[in-house]
Design a binder for this molecule. Structure first.
Ligand SMILES: [Zn+2]
Length: 442
């Protein structure tokens, strides 16, 4: 059994409320001691933060079906490089993850890659068609805790209510992609392209109103409240959505919510470049919306920071704005964007940031063994990072198969040094371990 000590770490562990200097001993796959002792190989980590491995509630791994964009192997490599030990891939693959067989296939491929634990999200409706419910029961029996047609909204209030009713019987979570399709022109050729407002008018791009998100969130909150089921609101992008969730939480609705790093750090101003790397669903919004999303994270209205990591290969993403698909990479930059945009300016403490990136997402989805606490006997799922180190985002250096990061060329604070999954290094001294290091990449 391998034993080593992280000596002199700044242990940031929201589950135990700890942010203090300590030695952490790992024995085999578990944490053996947190305190002043040492054992085995001594790894000096003075000045580095040791936190529970990050947990992403919203990832697109693209496999099966779109392996040109990402594979489970490349996506989990990107996750490990970004400090993640667990991710929840969305169901909009081809075939759709709408029955137990696909769930098991994804889980098996992930276990083979070995870089990150993977908890598939099941589809709400068969084929994401929005009509018949998928085989939610059988997916629950193979471990699915959350259902979503993400990428597409469940348009029918009736189908949504039935999904919530079923989900409640297993205490599972329904996550609806919040987009009112009539308002965004989802079925039209002239559908919404960017946030609605003066800038969209100036640029001549079809606007995506805030209400397209808020109407759907309001409907879902009402239905979840009436049914007593659990709702998770993905990628909150508007001030109005934050307020709706705040009010729903106050009246006892069982709701959790996530925000992406791009929605709390970038505004619609980026679209002036017409660079489709900034095209995302829901779109980048106004400065006031960004501020409201940040406030939602501060007061706990928004529980989690999730990436919505959405890889697209260059031949598709590098098109004219209107033709390019929606979506951005996120796994390898989320921690650094959070540190740079929220922790260093004093919006969130490091403890609060790690809670949003790890502890709260793990708890909300019942992912045991992740999110801390960092205590003796717990699985050693950890990230070690240097909060003061800066690095420049180079798309070519990312581990994802795709390159569509909106942070290219940015200098960010917060560099992942090591990621540890059950005691084993998946990333060590900034490098992926093992031999599956994307040898097929350029
Ligand atoms: Zn979505």
């Amino acid at each position: 059994m391998t034993t080593y000590t992280f000596a002199g770490a700044r242990v940031v562990d929201p589950a135990s409320g700890r942010d203090e200097r300590a030695n952490v001993i790992v024995e085999g796959s578990t944490i053996a001691h947190v305190g002043s002792e040492t054992a085995g190989a001594r790894i000096e980590v003075e000045g580095l933060v040791l936190a529970p491995g990050l947990v992403d509630l919203h990832t697109h791994l693209r496999e099966p079906g779109r392996e040109d964009a990402e594979t489970i192997a490349s996506g989990t490599a990107a996750a490990a490089a970004g400090g993640y030990t667990a991710v929840c891939p969305m169901a909009n693959t081809d075939p759709v993850c709408d029955h137990a067989g696909i769930v098991e296939q994804v889980t098996r491929l992930a276990a083979e890659s070995g870089r990150c634990d993977v908890y598939p999200v099941g589809a709400i409706t068969r084929g994401l068609a929005g009509r018949e419910l998928a085989e939610m029961g059988s997916m629950t029996r193979v471990g699915v805790r959350c259902f979503s047609d993400d990428g597409l909204p469940v348009r029918s209030a009736y189908v949504m209510r039935r999904a919530l009713e079923y989900a409640r019987t297993w205490d599972a979570i329904i996550c609806n992609h919040a987009e009112e399709a009539e308002l965004t022109g989802l079925d039209r050729d002239d559908g919404a392209q960017m946030n609605e407002g003066d800038l969209a008018t100036l640029l001549g791009l079809a606007g995506w109103p805030s209400e397209a998100e808020e109407i759907m969130v309001a409907r879902d909150l009402l239905l979840a409240h009436a049914v007593g089921a659990r709702l998770h609101v993905p990628h909150v992008s508007t001030a109005g959505t934050v307020e709706l969730i705040r009010q729903a939480k106050a009246r006892g609705t069982r709701v959790t919510a996530e925000a992406t790093p791009h929605h709390f750090s970038l505004t619609e101003d980026e679209v002036r470049s017409f660079d489709p790397v900034f095209k995302v669903n829901p779109p980048l919004r106004s400065k006031e919306d960004v501020e409201a999303v940040r406030q939602g994270l501060v007061d706990g209205t928004i529980d989690a920071i999730a990436t919505d990591h959405a890889p697209h290969p260059p031949e598709q993403k590098d098109q004219e704005w209107a033709q390019a698909p929606f979506g951005m990479l996120g796994l390898e930059t989320a921690l650094a964007v959070t540190i740079t945009e929220l922790v260093r300016p004093g919006v969130l403490t490091m403890l609060e940031a790690i809670a949003a990136l790890s502890t709260k997402p793990a708890r909300s989805r019942g992912i045991s063994g992740h999110g801390g606490p960092i205590v003796p006997g717990a699985p050693a799922n950890l990230v070690l990072f240097d909060p003061e180190a800066t690095w420049e985002v180079d798309p070519a250096a990312l581990h994802s198969r795709s390159r569509n990061t909106p942070f290219a060329g940015r200098r960010l604070y917060g560099r992942v040094v090591s990621t540890i999954l059950r005691g084993r290094f998946t990333v060590r001294d900034g490098q992926l371990t093992g031999d599956a290091c994307e040898e097929d990449d350029e």
